[in-house]
Design a protein around this ligand. Structure first.
Ligand code: FAD
Length: 821
């Protein structure tokens, strides 16, 4: 057994494909003092029994790029001393329904954005590549020649060998039993062979990651799920060599060549979480290494029957073995990566049965994160800090994870909503919404109003083509137009609200925000928080409530992330402000539109005075029976307020707003209307339009950067460099020539046939009567009037770059000037 050192700068826990890849990439980045600790042998967790398929294309371009990097790496390793058994066999994805073919064509467009050579095939052409296919009922297929498969154990050993050669120490048969944390930073791991002092711990425990997280008091919401596949006897003599792997998502199955036979697995509709205790926690046996679970034929039968329909030869081939192995799944099918709330405690786990495909990319981004302080890609949706407090509940985590597994291969149409564990967080006026026919959508556990079906009767008859029509209701148009012509009332209680207070609060926010935020008490400031590369880590409004107290408001889904970011920055900068989540203490109702002032005046003992209650200011006012913090801001381009009543008074305020507004044309409205309204005004959304990979200058948010703050701000240097050299791309607004064609996000934008950008977000603007899309474009394409094409489901739709915003470009309405409208 190798000696256990008593200190290492970085300790990686877990010797599966994840841990060895992180160690390998740390070494590649020059990190020499790395120790990998494995409680048994390398590759004795989920990795050894993996099917080893490597598919690259995903809905998300970041993950696709990570998987493409994996393939490059596996190719590279294949020509080294310890080849991982990489076979670049190509892959087929079949479409057994019209909708699936549409989905594949959508993927064809995504592939064009990242430069993957995806090719559409007829069913017959697919059978030419995989002759054991029964093409009955097939509508088409896609072929990706650079996909393949790898031997997962050999891959792990190859990564470990290269890591070792670069100085990484790997110690097996040593179990991490504790993690020492003080002053919110990891200091050491304890093992059954003694302690190891360290600065960084990387939890690469796979299905054991939750258990390892608990050693540091951190919740990692992964659930071990049983996953099964079988391996057949050899195909008949003379069978073609070099068969591609095949996925038939409509039949829930996959097949690939394995030796001279076939390997076949899939995603059951009746999945089986494994080793869950009475409280729904993972409770894995301490000796579960190099082991499998008993075969569960009863659960596999439906998949086997499906597979035999598509690959009839399976009925003739004997069975060599059946594998049932557990794998770590997450509630949303995304990895858990990055630094946790504890400084220096990282995680790379929860790979949802695509950890072999992802391992190369995962190792690289996590190593960068450790060495550089942030990853080079937009990893927000994989960031372990994305989970809201409800995922502390093992029951909620389990329910969502089971649904994720069940629907693994399902098409996600626009407007798709999770079904499991709903109703976790509700606004104080939730019952009012329900009684008034609200269509709810879920975000970060909150139930939010998408639109009110009761508004549909007065809505416009516009309907888009294709998939976009699935998420359209005339109610959205009615709510949008009412906000522009009378007044809309929106319940945004789910907003993330943070209180930042104490003597260091102002200094902290000045240092982490790009804009000047420590202004007069009552000032509201729109700002971004940046990373060191100038990329946008958060997009918030900051209100100064007192000399030493601020309220920071962020989007519903972003609260856990932004909270962790602020706290981490406070520690790193040595500015210890109190940072609290106060989301539940206040509701938020937005009252926006030309008649908003009249509603305000009807309820306020003091009539609205524009001279004192200026745009971007906050005042405590009395409206009806409630004292409320009112902020003159807008996300729809109309005059009005966000009203923050204490949660206990929110019901009263809502009722009085409805009563006061009804005769003034007030219409309660939902998030879909907000989306359409904000698109017309060019307001950016973090996570889509703006991300850690894009800077304020590229995003057209230079107006929110205060360059000359004496104390500077995180990211300033990189931003100054960009300002003083050249901005290579800019977020642009496009209008599609045919307004019944509506983007869903991710579509390529072409100029002269070449891909020059990718749609970040878009939709229909009911006031502009235009189908809008946003995309980062290079200088040669970004001038207003420039003609481009947006590729929708394989069709190229002409579009024009237009100047922003397309509605009320002078911004008069938000200031209350409706004189010429
Ligand atoms: C049946 C099956 C088929 C699959 N097929 C595919 C596929 O075709 N393509 C694909 O991309 N992915 C596939 N996967 C998923 C893939 O295998 C996994 O995502 C990947 O192997 C997980 O790697 P890991 O390093 O995160 O975890 P693991 O391989 O489980 O490694 C975790 C390691 O941590 C160690 N450990 C745990 N606790 C401690 C401790 N306290 N101290 C020290 N060490 C500890 C464990 O012993 C273990 O070795 C499949 C998975 C299964 C189960």
């Amino acid at each position: 057994m190798a000696d256990l050192p008593d200190r290492a700068r970085v300790v990686v826990v877990g010797g599966g494909v994840g841990g060895t890849s992180v160690a390998f990439h740390l070494a590649e980045l020059g990190e020499r003092d790395v120790l990998l600790i494995e409680r048994a042998e390398l590759t004795s967790g989920s990795t050894f029994h993996s099917a080893g398929m490597v598919g690259q294309l995903r809905a998300d371009p970041t993950l696709t790029r990570m998987n493409m990097y994996s393939v490059d790496l596996y190719r590279r390793l294949q020509s080294g001393d310890t080849p991982p058994g990489w076979v670049e066999s190509g892959s087929l994805k079949l479409a057994a329904s019209v909708e699936r073919l549409e989905e594949l064509r959508r993927q064809l467009s995504w592939a064009a954005v990242v430069g993957l050579p995806l090719e559409e095939l007829t069913p017959k052409q697919a059978a030419d590549r995989f002759p054991y296919l029964d093409i009955a009922g097939l509508h088409g297929a896609m072929y990706l020649p650079s996909d393949g498969h790898v031997d997962p154990s050999q891959l792990t050993y190859a990564l470990a060998a290269s890591a070792r050669a670069a100085g990484v120490r790997i110690v097996g048969h040593t179990t991490v039993t504790g993690i020492d944390v003080s002053a919110n930073r990891v200091r050491a791991v304890r093992t059954d062979r003694g302690p190891v002092q360290c600065e960084v711990v990387v939890n690469c425990g796979g299905m054991f990651a939750a258990e390892i997280g608990r050693l540091a008091g951190i919740r990692i919401p992964v659930v071990p799920m049983s996953h099964q596949y079988l391996v057949t006897d050899d195909l008949p003599e003379g069978s073609p060599a070099g068969l591609p792997s095949v996925r038939d998502p409509d039949l829930l199955v996959y097949v690939r060549p394995e030796g001279r036979g076939l390997l076949m697995g899939g995603y059951e509709r009746n999945p089986s979480p494994w080793s869950i205790d009475a409280h729904s926690f993972d409770a894995l046996p301490a000796d579960f290494n190099g082991r499998l679970l008993p075969e569960e034929w009863s659960r596999f039968e439906a998949l086997a029957a499906n597979a035999q329909r598509r690959f009839p030869i399976l009925g003739d081939l004997g069975l060599k073995r059946m594998i049932n192995g557990p794998e770590a799944f997450t509630p949303d099918n995304e990895f858990c990566l990055g630094e946790t709330e504890i400084d220096g405690f990282f995680v790379a786990a929860g790979f949802n049965a695509h950890g072999i495909a992802g391992a190369g990319g995962i190792g690289r981004v996590v190593a960068e994160w450790i060495v550089d302080g942030s990853p080079s890609m937009d990893l927000w949706h994989m960031d372990v800090r994305r989970f809201g407090p409800h995922f502390a509940s093992p029951g909620v985590t389990l329910a969502r994870t089971v649904e994720n597994y069940q629907t693994y291969y399902d098409i996600r149409f626009p407007g798709h909503q999770v079904q499991a564990a709903r109703g976790l967080r509700t606004s104080p006026v939730y019952s009012w919404h329900a009684a008034n026919d609200a269509e709810f959508g879920e975000k970060n556990g909150w139930e939010r109003v998408e639109f009110y079906r009761s508004n549909a009767a007065r809505g416009p008859s516009w309907r888009p083509n294709g998939w976009a029509a699935r998420a359209v209701s005339p109610a959205v148009g009615a709510e949008h137009l009412a906000t522009r012509t009378t007044v809309g009332l929106f319940d945004q209680s789910s907003f993330g609200k943070m209180s930042v207070s104490g003597p260091a609060a102002a200094d902290l926010l000045e240092r982490v925000c790009a804009n000047r935020v420590a202004r007069a008490v009552g000032a509201v400031t729109y700002t971004q928080m940046l990373n060191r590369r100038g990329g946008i880590e958060a997009d918030v409004t900051v209100t100064r409530l007192a000399e030493d107290e601020f309220m920071v408001v962020t989007g519903t889904a972003f609260l856990p992330h932004d909270l962790a970011l602020l706290r981490q920055r406070a520690r790193a900068l040595g500015l210890p402000a109190r940072i609290a989540d106060v989301s539940g203490q206040f509701s938020c109702f937005a009252l926006w539109g030309p008649a908003a002032r009249a509603v305000f005046d009807a309820l306020s003992p003091e009539p609205f005075d524009p001279a004192t209650f200026r745009f971007m200011s906050s005042h405590d006012v009395v409206l009806g029976d409630v004292e409320v913090r009112a902020q003159r801001v807008t996300f729809v381009g109309e005059f009005g307020w966000e009203l923050y009543p204490p949660a206990e008074s929110a019901g009263r305020l809502w009722a009085q707003l409805i009563d006061a507004g009804t005769d003034l044309g007030l219409v309660p409205a939902g998030y879909r209307a907000i989306e359409s309204l904000r698109l017309e005004k060019g307001y950016r959304v973090w996570g889509t339009d703006i991300t850690p990979e894009t800077t304020p200058l590229e995003a057209g948010l230079g107006f929110a950067v205060h360059w000359d703050k004496p104390e500077g701000f995180v990211g300033r240097e990189a931003l100054v460099q960009q300002r003083d050299s050249v901005v290579r791309r800019q977020l642009c607004c496009l209008t599609l020539a045919d307004s019944s064609e509506v983007v869903l996000g991710g579509e390529p934008v072409r100029q002269d046939g070449q891909v020059v950008g990718r749609v970040t977000s878009g939709g229909f603007g009911y006031s502009a009567a235009a189908s809008l899309a946003y995309a980062y474009l290079p200088p040669a394409a970004w001038d207003p009037g420039n003609r481009v094409e947006v590729e929708l489901f394989g069709r190229r739709i002409p579009a024009t770059v237009v100047s922003e915003p397309v509605f009320d470009p002078a911004g008069r309405r938000m200031k209350g000037d409706y004189s010429e409208q």
